[in-house]
Every structure is written in structure tokens, then in C-alpha cells.
Design a protein around this ligand. Structure first.
Ligand code: GLP
Length: 242
């Protein structure tokens, strides 16, 4: 059963998450990090960038793989997960050479997923995944469905994903998602799931309810032996029922 660490607010959640990533990096400097985008981990990444400025050797040997992206947005579109991650973390830390990401508007999206999966096959498994919880229980763009895809794949985006605030930064509407799959994530040595804000209270309640369902992909994390679920008080449901 997932037992959340409940912290007072977004600020302390972000500080704790950054400390945990730093501790993992100290334990294994060559770690491969898989990073989600979205609003939840933003402050954590900013804090990591500040740590890197103070102690550049900390990030000297790690690599980053991006969890997912909006398909059909031009590279460089401010709404892409790629732009967000580059701005907050990859560029400040000077990690461009050790950063691997789905191209957001590839000629052949399936071939792009095969490229990323082949890279992961060669360089994985992931050491630390930093994930956010979708409002409908999605992880990356592994959306609720009867069957889940294990590896990198082209995803049909749910209405919940298409309503994500990130897309307000773009005039273009994505036509699909590009994402790592559930097996890629479950093979991570350690998973950090960050949940913040009152809009996440219902999905967190469902997650803590303890049922495994492909219709709520985050519930699959319950089969993983090393998940740290950190939420803030605003996201923590008052009553947790099954
Ligand atoms: C988006 C992203 C995910 C992210 C999730 C939650 O769909 N593709 O990588 O984890 O939404 O985002 P937020 O933290 O903004 O709620």
C-alpha cells in the first residue's frame, strides 16, 4: 500500500523532493533520471538547478530522459514538456549532452518511440523517476484504458490531458502524446510521485483507495517496491476509503 508523506505546502514538498533526488544522486552519481513536466515538479527542478549551481559536480555524471511530450507541437513551442524541462533544469545545469527526449513533432511518431525505447534499452533502467499524477490518474501520457502499453508509445490523449494548463502557452493543439510506458516506469529503481493542490485530492483519494486498475494508471505503482509518494496538505484527502 502506498503511504504518502504529507507535507504542509508546495514549498516544503518541493524542498523534500529536491533533497531526495540529491540524496539519490550522491548515492549513485551516474543515475539516469526520468523526469515528468507539468506544474507539480517545477519548483523541485528549480531547486535542483540551484543545488547544481552551488555544487556543479553533483550532476556531472547523471543523465536525464524526458518522460513524455505533446505530439504535434513544434520543437521550441513553449508548451512542450521539452521546453519546460530545458528551461528549468537541463540548460541551467548544462546537461544538454546527457539529455534524451522525444522530439515533439517527429515525421514518424512510432519510429520516434522506437528510438527512445532503444536508447533506454541500451542505457536503462531508470534509476529515479520523478512523476506527477494526472487528474484522471494518468502517468506521463499513459492514459486510462482497458490495456496499458508497457513501453514507449504514441498515446491517444484524453480530454483531461487536453485540458492541461501547459497548453495555454500554445496556439497549437496537440494531436497525440509521446510517452514512456508502464513497464519502463515500473523498472525504475526508485519512483518519486509528487502530488500537490486541491485539484489532486480526488485522484489521490482514488490512488490511496488501493485498487489496481488500468483505468487509473497510477494505481499500477502499487506493485513497485520503492515508491515515495509525497503530497501536500491541500492534496491529501480527508477520508481515504476503498
Ligand atoms: C501532464 C504531463 C505529465 C504530468 C501531468 C501532471 O499530462 N504530461 O507528465 O505529470 O500532466 O501535471 P501537473 O503536475 O501540471 O498536474
Amino acid at each position: 500500500m502506498l503511504r504518502p508523506i504529507v507535507l504542509p505546502d508546495y514549498k516544503t514538498l518541493s524542498q523534500r523532493a529536491a533533497e531526495l533526488v540529491v540524496a539519490e544522486l550522491r548515492a549513485k552519481p551516474t543515475s539516469l533520471l526520468c523526469l515528468a513536466s507539468g506544474s507539480t515538479p517545477t519548483r523541485t527542478y528549480e531547486l535542483l538547478a540551484l543545488e547544481g549551481a552551488k555544487e556543479p559536480t553533483l550532476f556531472e555524471h547523471c543523465s536525464i530522459i524526458k518522460l513524455d511530450d505533446w505530439g504535434g507541437l513544434s520543437p521550441g513551442d513553449r508548451a512542450t514538456c521539452d521546453s519546460q524541462l530545458r528551461t528549468t533544469l537541463v540548460s541551467p545545469l548544462g546537461l544538454t549532452e546527457r539529455y534524451v527526449a522525444f522530439e515533439s513533432n517527429p515525421l514518424d511518431p512510432n519510429a520516434e518511440c522506437a528510438r527512445i525505447e532503444a536508447w533506454l534499452d541500451q542505457n536503462g533502467p531508470i534509476d529515479i523517476s520523478v512523476l506527477g499524477l494526472g487528474i484522471n490518474g494518468h502517468l506521463g501520457f499513459t492514459e486510462p484504458a482497458e490495456n496499458l502499453q508497457p513501453f514507449a508509445h504514441v498515446a491517444e490523449l484524453s480530454q483531461a490531458s487536453l485540458a492541461h494548463a501547459m497548453l495555454a502557452k500554445s496556439d497549437v493543439r496537440p494531436t497525440y502524446g509521446l510517452t514512456l510506458g508502464m513497464a519502463d516506469l515500473i523498472q525504475s529503481r526508485c519512483i518519486l510521485l509528487l502530488v500537490s493542490g486541491s485539484t489532486k485530492r480526488d485522484p489521490l483519494q482514488r490512488l490511496l483507495g488501493g485498487r489496481l486498475s488500468t483505468e487509473f494508471p497510477a494505481s499500477m505503482l502499487q506493485v513497485h517496491p520503492n515508491v515515495l509518494l509525497i503530497c501536500d496538505a491541500a492534496a491529501y484527502p480527508e477520508s481515504v476509503s476503498t
